[in-house]
Every structure is written in structure tokens, then in C-alpha cells.
Design a protein. Sequence first.
Lengths: 322, 650
Amino acid sequence: MDGEELTEQETALYDRQIRVWGADAQRRLSKSHILVSGLKGSVIEFCKNIVLAGVGSVTLNDDRLVTEELLTANFLVPPDPNVYTGKSLAELCSDSLKDFNPMVRVSVQRGELSNFDVDFFHKFDAVVISSCSLSTKKSVNEKCRKSLKRIAFYTVDCRDSCGEIFVDLQDYIYNKKKEDETIECHIEYPTLEEAISAPWKSLPRKVSKLYLALRVVEKFEELEGRSRGETSAADLPKIQKLRKELCDAQSHAESQIPDALLERLLKGRTEFPPVCAIIGGILGQEVIKAISGKGDPLKNFFFFDAMDGKGIIEDIGNPKPK
Amino acid sequence: MDSEQQQSAIEGAKVLMVGAGGIGCELLKTLALSGFRDIHIIDMDTIEVSNLNRQFLFRQSHVGQSKAKVARDAVLKFRPGISITSYHANVKDPDFNVDFFKQFNVVMNGLDNLDARRHVNRLCLASGVPLIESGTTGFLGQVTVQIKGKTECYECQNKPAPKTYPVCTITSTPSKFVHCVVWAKDLLFAKLFGPKNQENDLNVRSSDSSSSSEQVEDVFEHKKGEEIEQYARKIFDHVFGYNIELALSNEDTWKSRGKPRPIYCKDVDVIPTEHVHQNGNQGRGSAAGDMTSVSAMATLGLKNPQDLWSLKENTAVFLEALKLFLSKREKEIGNLSFDKDDQLAVELVTAAANIRATSFGIPLHSLFETKGIAGNIVHAVATTNAVIAGLIVIEAIKVLENDVKNYRMTFCLEHSSNKMLLMPVEPFEANKSCYVCSETPLTLEINTRRSKLRDLIDKIVKAKLGMSSPLIMQDSTLLYEVGDDLDEGEVANYAANLEKVLSELPSPVRGGTILTVEDLQQEFKCSINIKHREEFDEEKEPDGMVLSGWTQAQAAEKNSNVSADNGASTSGASQAASTMPEDDDDLQIIIPPPVSGRKRKLSSVTATSGVASAAAKEPKIKRKAEEIDGDNENDIVMLDDGNISKKGEA
């Protein structure tokens, strides 16, 4: 044990969840620090979940000024221009989240995510980023990896009624109880770079179409110099062309990336609140697992599509040998 | 998604939510964000501290207020333009009748108990309104679409139900800690503080000693002038010492079992506490709100509810808690029933269960753990509820669009199966012999020359068929009904019928008779074929009657609910201890998730999926590759009564 016991107040508040994951896990949670960047629907859901669960602190980063569009799947900020005008999304969400659980410190970190250095990320146990470009995601992932401490790294992307979570826990060791004995499990994760550049031939059989389609859309945004989600149905012909090029280069059948799916993903900024709740819920659970060391963490992608209703785990991309 | 058409379906819908707890809070939020504009929500509960870790619409300052109303106000803050109507009421209230249900396009349940779910199921069937049923326990969850004539109803399949234990296991031969908790809570606690006159029920003495209950009464009676310290020690010695000695004298019992050890106060080196310390806030009344202010743990300086107590500590807690009840809460004695939120009651039950466990060589448990067992606390985390609420809304939208072929039942699993953490399957078909949705008659074997109408109503119509205001008819003769509009003559007539043996009713009920049983509020009616039978096995058929053709509730090992229904039965030692789950905010899983993946055995998944494994009948799986969007890679797992097979894969 860590020596510090849960207070009476904590035991009362967290009673039902301690019955699920135990007092030790709760203690570890209450000492953890989480960085969250890009506060759209699924990430807001995630924030709610970990603040309720009782992490030590949550640091919010999102300097965007609030607009009506940013609030479509946001239950933290009232859609009242008198309230939100002139304030950043992080500031407003922070005010509201603090209220959810007085035992969690919620604060705001201003600044551009891509400008933070390794020392900055070192302060956190888990980093969750969303609403940023692929290159920013990769660079934050690398910085987390450079830190001496193991930082759990997650990216989230929800477009229309589809969602993706990526997880990098680096070298993750945890104990698993089987029958009466405890076994030590060791999982090695690839980086985001490694995971998205896996040759398509090497992918698991019947890999989720979302994995492929999202790579095409991401590549499209990168090539066109668009920011994340800055796409529309009008881009379909161009993206079909890109799909063909990528499929040809990877000798992959184009039919694995259907037009209907691409069309939906091109509505990059639309969020479907039920999907945000699902993605934010799964992500919350994964972060709680990684911090508490309780439960099998998912490796390394999770996909959900409301069209077929499946929530699928894919294990993609091998870590480079050291 | 065809967003314009979908959005107008959502905006034009009028929906009913039943339950504003763990799932309810998440659901109300997600509905509002998704564009629903007319939401009605019913919940009879008020907010408690242990809700706050997941029912995120509630704050500390709301404790004690109506869940439905606070949830409404909280959601209107971020979606001020919509209409939310809250009802702080029981869904079983007569106001919520079939006409009330008919105004909605879809009903969504976020309930915590079987009884209310059955009730809503019947109202949805009667009003023809689609129902979306859901449940979570820990990391497991389930969402089901139930539409009359298209899918199964809530009562088509067996449900996990409270675990019951044979009385002799509880009274004489406990082998698990839970048996000791049941004993402490349902026998000892009820005996000490519950209504008097229940002496025959579940005697705290060994059931083998059939003799005088008078002597027992004497022991438990707190005589005037008797020092409470002395009384407490007397009770201790009687239940942990004398009763065990008595049980030991029946040697047959212990031939194949370890013998228990009697424990007497004097054997345990208890440090006597000085006369009870001032404890908590003095001068307060004994209102329910300050039940936690009196605590034996506080007096004894025990702080951590997760600690295991030694025999010495358990003994000290037992004696102290008993004394505190007698000195501080005297007025409540005689009317108390165990309440998991009553700190002193939990302390007493924990200590008593542990002392009994010590006698029987059973491992001890902390107060925290004991509270979970005794209170039948359902494990709950926010994330599962959030996921389940998202899935409910997705199904609700399909229902509004009448997208029948895409309805799914979805399981949220703890460990992925066939790569899936969220596993959709096609909804089950209705059970053709379901007595609720198919009008298939039930069969009741009963001794028509000995059983009274009252027995039939209490044990079958209310307890098993879940009717609250039944009407019973034979051909066109009314044998029984309830209601405000009855005249005095009818009331007297029905009261007299209750006490009559079936074969002597004005319209006699005998073998071959077909009874019609109806609940007017639920608009639910079924037929019962009566079969006369002379003898019943007291052990196996304690009701003295056997109903077949209905969905027998199955024992659920995991969420074992263990309390006896105080005073409900006087039928003696063969009566098993059982109850309905205590209300909490969340609820249990209903059906085990399907097993998929060709190489896995049925048992391997059900065994790892916690509560789900508890449901008795594992549906067998038929997998079928179905073509949904033009290719054959989107297989859907189908659950079926057949064997495992896989069709259609190229």
C-alpha cells in the first residue's frame, strides 16, 4: 500500500466504484495527473468520466474561443453568447468540471499543443489529445515517449457517427489475477507513427474499414494543408482519387474503403452525441485501467461505427525492434 | 446517416424515460444533446451521496432531493430550449396507465429492479409502445429493443433473480460468509429490532431444536431494570455460545462437516467500554436523516471500513452497537428493518456475521465488504452507464425511423470477444409460449381442497406474476378484485372469499378449472389451468403449489441477494430465505452475452463475464454472415436456440 488511506469522504463518494476496482486502484487514481487537449464532444465526455472517477488533477488545453458550432455536443457550457463570448473553451469547461467533483483539481493550460516540450508532458501520467493535425499527434506522442517516466498516450477522433481511439502505453506491465495466482503481463505498444504506417498487407484480416478510411482522410488533410475536420462532401472526388492512389500503392482493394463511409467521414466537424458518449466512455475506462493497473488495457485501436453498432479492438503495427 | 430525415424524427418525438439514476442521468444528457425536444422522466428516488460518483447531474447540495427534478433542471441549463417533464413518483402509480404510455413514441428504461421492469414491459405491450430496456453491472452492460409482435418481451426469457438459501444452511450449517451475513441480518437483526410476533419464522436457535419458542422470547426480551451491558452479553452468549452448543448436540449434522466452535463473551478478552461515550450530535432526534450519527466504530476508535477486525474487535463492536441501539435508538426498536445506509445496523451485522464466521471457520470480511453483501449493492461505474446510454439513443433513433431491420441488442463486455467490446446481435424473437406476450395459459398444481384463495393470490398472482392489483375470474364470476370503486358489499364479499378454500368458493375452483387473472392497471391478463394435487414436498415445494409455464426467476450467484422477507412467511423451517433486490440506482444484466468466435467454447466466455455467467440458461449461438452493405464481411452474431453453426460464409 502507498501508506495513504482514502478519507472517509472519498470512501463514501466512491463507494460503488471501489466495489468494482478496489481501494488500491482508487488511491492510484487520486494521485494521477491527466492532460487533455481539444475539447470537443467525445473529449468532454471523457473529462466528465475521469473527474467523476476521482483522478488527482485534470489540465485542460484548448484556446479556441467558443462558438455555437464548438458546443454541439457539449453539456458543460450553456449555449448562451452572453456567457461564452470572449472566453476560451478550456476556461469555460474548467469552471463547469470543477463543480462535478470538488476533490479533483481542474486547471487550464494556455498555449499551442505543438509548442509544449518534453518537460511539460513529464508532469502527466496520461495525455489525451484530439482536434489536432496528424503531425501534432505524432510529435506529442514522440515527446511523451522521450520522457523518463511512462506517459500513457491517447488520441481520439470522432467524425459524424464514427469514432477512433488510439492507445500507446509504451512498455506496459501489469498484474492480472487468474484463479488464485497473479500473473505479470507485459505488452509492448507501437508508436502512432508505427501504427499508422503499417503496410496494409500486414493488417489483420477483415480489419475495420474505419482504420483504412481514416488514414485516407488524414492523409488528405495533410496533403491539402487542411486543419483537422476541415472537409466537406465537396471533397469527395479528390479523396476518391487519393484512395485509389493509396490502394494501388498498397495493393489493396478499393472496395474496402466504401464511398458511403468516406462521405460520412468528410463531415469532419459534425459530432453525433451518442457516439461521443460511447467513445468518451471507453476512453475513460481505458485511462482508468492504465493508471490503476487494473484490467487488460486495449491494444491499440478502438473503433465504433453507429451504422453497424460494433465496437471493435484492432491490434495494428508492430513496435520497431530496439 | 440521413441526417435531415433523422433530425426531424428526433425533434418530433415524444419520449419517456423511466429512471433518473446511473443510466438515466447519462441518457437524459445524451438525448438532449442529440436534439430530442420532448422528454418525460419518472423516478421515485431521491439523491444519495453514493450516487454522486456517476450520476453527474447531481451535486452534494442536491442530496435528499428528487432525482427526476434535479436531473431535469441540470439538463435545461445546457439545453434551455427543450421540454423536460419530471415526475417524482413510482412508475407503478395508477396515473401512469396505458393511456399515459400511449402518448410516447418510445419508452426507455434505466431501472434497478425486476418488479418495475416487468410492470413497464406490460404497459408497453398493452399500449403498443416500443421499449428499450437496458442494464449495467460494473463493466458489463446490455441494451435491448423490445417491440410487441416483432421481438421478445422482457418476460420472454429467464432472468437472473435473487439467490436464495435453504433455511438450514442459514440457521445451522453456514459454509460461506454470505450465509453468516444472511443470518446476522435477517434472523438476528430482525429478531433484536424488528417487529415482535415473528417467533416462528426463522428462529435464531438451531432449527433442529423444535421446542419452546418461549424460552427464546425470554432471552431476547430486554427486561426493565436490566443493565444494557448485561443484556448485550446475555444475547452474545446465547446466539454465539448456547445456540452453537445446542447445534453441536445434534451429532448427525457434523458427521461430514467441521464442527463449529461456541464463543462466549468471557472467552474473548473484551475491553469493556466505559458507559457509552457521547457519540455524534447529541440532542438530535431519531429521524432517518441522522442514522449515521451513532456509531460503534467511532466510539471504539475504529476508522477504516476496509480493515478486517479481529474476534476481539468484532466482539467489542457487537456489544457496543447493541448497547447503542438500546440507549440511543430505543424508540425505533420493534420497527427496524435492516438498511444498508444505517451505519449502526451495518456495524452490528458485520460484527455478528464475523463472530459467526469465526465459529464456523469461515474467512472474515471487512465492514465495507459486508455492507456490499448485506445491502446487495450493485457495482457501478460511470463509464459503462455512459456507453449504454449512447447505445440506447442509437436504438431509439432507429425505432423512431422504423428502421426495423437494423434493430440490435448490444452487449458491452469487459473482455473483447471476437475483437468486439461492444457486440451487437439481432434481437431475439418472442418466446411463443411466453405467458405475458403470447397469451399461453399457465398451469398451476394446487391442492384445491386445502389452499385458500389468499394463498393463491399472495404466492402466485402477486409474488410470481408480479401483479399489484389483481382481478380473478372464473368464467364470468368475479372471485376477487381490488379498487376504490367497490361498494361495501363487494369488499366484504371479496374479503370473505380470500379466506375460503378454493373448492368452496361461490364458483368452486377444482382440477380442470380455468382461472382468468388480470391486472387492470397493467392491462395484462393471463389464464391459469388448475390441476388438483393432493401432496407437496415441503422441502422442494414450500409454497404448497407449483406454477409452470412462466419464466421462473433464476438464481444469480454474483449479485446474491440474501435477505428474508421479514414476517412474510410463517411456514416454518423449510421456507427459504429470499427477497427482491434492494433498490439501488443501477441494475443487473439480464441475459448473458453471446459467445462468438468459432474456436471458443460456450463456457469460456460466460465464465469470464462476471454477472452474465449467472443467468442460468446460456443461449446457444448461431452465427450467420449476413450481408448488410453489400459485402459479406459484416457478420452479425445471432443468438438462437439451435447449436453453434456458421452459415453463409464464403
